[in-house]
Design a protein around this ligand. Structure first.
Ligand code: AVJ
Length: 334
């Protein structure tokens, strides 16, 4: 593992005593140029979904979570609120709680109140988001010790865990696992199991398969926020790599592939056109698509099989009354 710096960070004004420690693993910046050029040169054009989240994209994603059609965020929060006490009984109070991809702090607040962990370990690739939410939580939960880790959890990672802290629990919300191809997802779950160790527990949010019309509306809302989120990828590429892609020359498309149980987002070329990116020219036929995201939906049994293949034992699962979303508790097999 790479050496990393540890620093006690300064709280913002009014946020009281600093109890936030930053462990910076200096995650390698994404090779945006290489990935974009390879994706656009491929016979089936594609772009990596992690590129959605620049500043404008992160704001658009926050707006998506408030849309009437985008049910996952509010449904998952409802499940956490309704069953927080049961989840706390499963995970155990007063322990270490790790959160993977700790972007917005709304979900974790519900869980912190129920779980009252001794130590909270948020892990996120964005140093800025990580520290901002860590300091906000420090102000709200004055007795909580926070060990923030800046790292890319989609690759190998280690955590600053003291063995005397006892049982480990991790929280991986938002159905982010659905953005990985199933065998990448299994490998990621396997790495999480290794970090947690035998007996450790993972609480993970997973979106469920459902009526394709409901799924497609969630990824193609009436106000066009998701379309703007999708097209922003092209705006970002133009800005960061030098390009003249015309976002308005592409239609937003969201479709549920029932066979693979995944929602796909594409940008569909409205006409025969060409564009320049980083000095290279790319041609798009009318109707040709750029695949920008897959969001896998797992039925309860299907996700439990995936988790078992990664070394977990399924312990319990909670859903909302309409069976739209699930939260699984998994235990690392000993
Ligand atoms: C952040 C991966 C959970 O797949 O639903 C929302 C991203 N993309 N609308 C999802 C997303 C389009 C979202 N996740």
């Amino acid at each position: 593992m790479r050496a990393h710096a540890t620093a006690r960070t300064t709280p913002r004004e009014g946020h009281g005593v600093a109890r936030v420690r930053l462990h910076d693993h200096h995650p390698a910046p994404a090779d945006v140029r290489g990935e974009v050029l390879a994706g656009l040169a491929a016979p089936a054009k594609h772009l990596p979904p992690k590129l959605f989240y620049d500043e404008a994209g992160s704001r658009l994603f926050d707006a998506i979570t408030e849309l009437p059609e985008y049910y996952p965020t509010r449904t998952e929060i409802g499940i956490l609120q309704a069953h927080g006490a049961e989840m706390a009984a499963r995970l155990g109070r007063g322990r270490v709680l790790i959160e993977l991809g700790s972007g917005s702090s709304r979900k974790i607040q519900t869980l912190l109140a129920a779980l009252q962990p001794r130590v909270y370990v948020p892990v996120d690739i964005s140093r800025e988001h990580l520290l901002e939410s860590a300091h906000a939580l420090a102000a709200r939960f004055p007795t909580l010790e926070i060990q923030a880790v800046c790292a890319d959890y989609s690759g190998p990672f280690a955590l600053p865990l003291d063995p005397t802290w006892g049982g480990l629990a991790a929280f991986f919300p938002g159905s982010s696992i659905g953005n990985f191809e199933p065998d990448q997802a299994r490998r990621l779950l396997g790495r999480i199991a290794a970090v947690l160790g035998a007996g450790g527990r993972l609480l993970i949010g997973v979106d469920l398969p459902k009526d394709p019309a409901v799924l497609e509306a969630a990824y193609d809302d009436a106000q066009g926020v998701t379309a703007a989120f999708n097209r922003n990828l092209l705006t970002r590429i133009n800005r960061e790599l030098g390009g003249d892609l015309d976002p308005q020359a592409f239609d937003h498309l969201a479709r549920f592939d029932t066979e693979r149980s995944r929602v796909e987002m594409h940008l569909v070329s409205r006409l025969d056109q060409q564009a320049r990116v980083a000095g290279e020219v790319f041609r798009f036929r009318r109707g040709e698509t750029i695949h920008t995201e897959s969001s896998y939906k797992y039925a309860i049994a299907a996700f439990q099989r995936l988790a078992q293949a990664a070394g977990f034992v399924p312990e319990q699962v909670w859903t909302d009354p309409h069976q739209r979303f699930s939260v699984h508790c998994l235990r690392v097999d000993s």
